[in-house]
Design a protein around this ligand. Sequence first.
Ligand code: DON
Length: 580
Amino acid sequence: MKSFFLLKKTISLFLLFSFSFPISSIAEECPLNNNGTKELGLVVSDRTLASKVGLEILKKGGNAIDAAVAVGYALAVLEPCCGNLGGGGFMTIHFANGKNIFINFREKAPEAVNENRYNILKNKNPKNKAQKTSTLQGYLSVTVPGTVLGLNTALERYGTLSRETVMDPAIELAENGYILTPGDVKLLTEYTETFRKEPNVAAIFLKNNKPYQIGERLIQSDLAKTLKTISEQGSQAFYFGHIAKTIVAASKENGGILTLEDFKHYTIEELKPIECSYRGLKVLSSPPPSSGGTMLCEMLTILEDYPLEQYGFHSTQSTHVITEAMRYAFLDRNLLGDPHFTKNPVELLISKAHAKTIRQHINEKRVTPSIELENSAVRYQKEGHDTTHFSIIDKEGTAVAVTYSLNSAFGAKVIAKNTGFFLNNHMDDFTVESETQNQFGLKQGNANAIEPGKRPLSSMTPTIVLKNDKPFLILGAAGGPHIITATLLTLINSVDYHMPIQEAVNAPRFHHQFLPDEIKAEPDAFSKAITQDLESMGYRITPIDHLGIEEAIMIPSDSSIIYGGKDRRDPAGKDLGCCR
Ligand code: DON
């Protein structure tokens, strides 16, 4: 009787999410391209002006890689918290000709980390508030940035337009400025005190030492100059020339350990994406040094054997098995690190045999407390707004998913002299000490220990799902460890619960990361009855305002319309474009 009641509840929730999407309005809004046709492609990003930049590149005849590089540079101007030149990230690409690649432009630790280990560790949790650097703030937290080499290499290898053409919009936005929206101002205002501490930062992001107001224009002249230099001279300028020298000088003056050699030796690499199947679909995602793709595939392989559709959307049964899959995947995350330094058991973790073993340990009626698997208490922090993801498809069917990050909002909170861009604080993504958690509450393994030239383990999960070898979903998110579970749930919502992509992205989420042993749940993630049910099984449910910011695309095979899913959790940004 009880299960019938739960099923009815689930079905009504499911119907609510499934049929409230105004499909026709999208078709009507679909703009004509330069040839007077509607074939175009689609761009979804965290900033409307950045999506516009990407769309203009597609209209000019550029492909999805051209558009991605243009959006990447534009977000460095439009979203200085998260879009970046001073950070790093990942790009997953499915080409229309069937080839799949992954570009790893994650940052690397400076060579001198070993000699400076004591200072880095001592500063992990600075007791003295006046202390200027730690793994989270200042120059000791900075790893060698990868974004410029990553974007430029993607363009050189796979783009069709010149660097000048794709970078011009970003230069123009930095030079002439753009009007600040409520979303921009909210974030900048929150960091007023931080900006005040650094005169060169305050000069850009505060107006007369006060926060900018909605409707005012933000001009970033220093950043415009840096972008022009990169546009004219290429990556050379960033890694060998004036920009590297300026960052190294600022680092030396402020207790950092970056050297010119670190910049000269920085490399990106092209890898094969992680691949797995889920209910007949092919999932392509991020291999190490990201944990995201491995964990996504591990969770999907565990879950494929459960009838999630029959269990119902956020029913007790589906929530239980999904949560247990999350718990085991986060436990296994501790085995992962940069593949150049550690042997990652990826094949094992995404294998059907491993999934079967885990399923055999999942008790259908009761929670498996994490403490039974490992004993530890972990603090958990609120999610910041510190990373950004964008998804793009062009009219040929080439799909690109990019996630790149400064780690915390505005990264290390420092800008080297007059370079105009924030540097990352990705040292904190390493396992700094075995018993300490990073800012996201992750207690990580030895595989992710700090080593010179090593890339820190990431949760970024730029993902492309193919149906009959054609793009069906393009996914990815911001949100630290929430990225992985937000991407999992968006995929499940689309595939198992048949939601249109906007509903799949907007649907309330939950998250479990092994420790702390609790389900974080967004408002309305569960009905009262389901909450009680889960609690009676032994779950602790803690409310949280939001879990990840997902920017996704769905390309149904039976429609010429492409659908964007722009996360409601971030009020800025938009999906632009539509047809193929
Ligand atoms: O690479 C990672 O996993 C983190 N540095 C990402 C940080 C992040 O997503 C913060 N976002 N809101």
